[in-house]
Ligand binder design. Structure first.
Ligand code: ADP
Ligand code: MG
Length: 285
């Protein structure tokens, strides 16, 4: 699936490369905990939105490259790292995938806190690469890579370092996946305060918490139900009224390089992620 460019009637050749601005929802999937379903959620939400006719770009910000390896087989030569370090425009690093476009990760991203930490505007490297340049004279923004997409899904690493900071500075919304377990709720407060600071300090005043998403949920267990109530009590109104159930088809699908929606459309995993996608679509302005 190639990036889309506006083409108008008989003049289409001359219009090639001309982007038109569109409203792009930019959804970060964030948590400093590993194994809570960030990558799984990014992958399946992206596939579900594509299935509903939306143009979707996924950005893998995690140096572990799980999503990139899952979708492409191996991290490619061109990656988000080249984009953030300024050696390549974002469109040159985007890899077209079967279910969505992907701006792939590289292992170098694991060094981002060390190598990019001293750069001026270090939290805005991603925003600058994806939004069009602002004209200093008129103040208007030229269309950028983001204008090729209806949705950009940001798969964050399991830390609150510079890559997550870049995602939060750029996102319009954040989804926080939580896997019920003994320490499920601890850590949510810290992420919540980082999000609040991002908004209050003016880094990104447009950022909103879309919701806290229970993943690998087993509603039949008392522990899981009590964790759901604890989250609801501590963060009233933020828990999604749906959960992603534990479902073996999800892991099988990813091992095949596919979303669970295409691999096992009748599975619980496909049903739950489709429900989340339909919810996101209902919120479109
Ligand atoms: N709903 C689910 N049911 C079963 N396994 C899941 C589910 N969600 C995630 N997993 C598995 O749990 C592991 C961690 O998920 P992942 O999305 O990689 O987490 P994170 O990106 O937060 O580290 C993966 O092996 C994934 O396949
Ligand atoms: Mg991950």
């Amino acid at each position: 699936m190639a990036a889309r460019y506006a083409q108008v009637g008989a003049d289409s050749e001359s219009m090639k490369g001309t982007r038109m601005q569109r409203t792009t929802r930019r959804i970060a999937i964030a948590s400093q905990k590993g194994g809570v379903g960030k990558t799984t959620t990014a992958w399946n939400v992206a596939a579900g939105l594509t299935a509903k006719g939306r143009d979707v770009l996924v950005i893998d910000l995690d140096g572990q490259c799980h999503l990139t390896t899952g979708v492409l087989g191996a991290p490619p030569a061109r990656s988000l790292w080249d984009v953030l370090t300024g050696s390549m425009p974002a469109e040159d690093a985007v890899a077209p995938g079967a279910e969505f476009d992907l701006l792939p990760a590289s292992e170098m991203l694991s060094r981002a806190d060390y190598d990019l930490g001293g750069r001026p505007g270090r939290d805005f490297l991603l925003s600058r690469a994806l939004k069009g340049r602002r004209d200093p004279g008129s103040g208007t923004r030229a269309p950028g890579v983001q204008d090729d997409y209806d949705y950009i899904i940001l798969d964050c690493p399991p830390s609150l370092g510079i890559m997550t900071a870049n995602a939060l500075a750029y996102a319009s919304e954040v989804i926080v996946p939580v896997t019920p377990g003994l320490f499920a709720v601890s850590g949510l407060g810290m992420l919540g305060s980082v999000i609040a600071e991002t908004i209050d300090a003016g880094v990104n005043e447009d950022l909103a918490i879309a919701g806290i998403l229970l993943t690998q949920y087993e509603g039949g267990t008392g522990l899981h139900r009590s964790i759901a109530s604890a989250v609801e009590e501590q963060f009233p109104g933020l828990l999604y009224p749906l959960a992603i159930r534990k479902n073996v088809a999800i892991g099988e699908a990813h091992a095949e390089g596919r979303s669970v929606l295409s691999y096992a459309p009748k599975s619980h995993g496909a049903a739950d992620y489709t429900e989340l996608v339909e919810r996101l679509i209902r919120q479109e302005g």
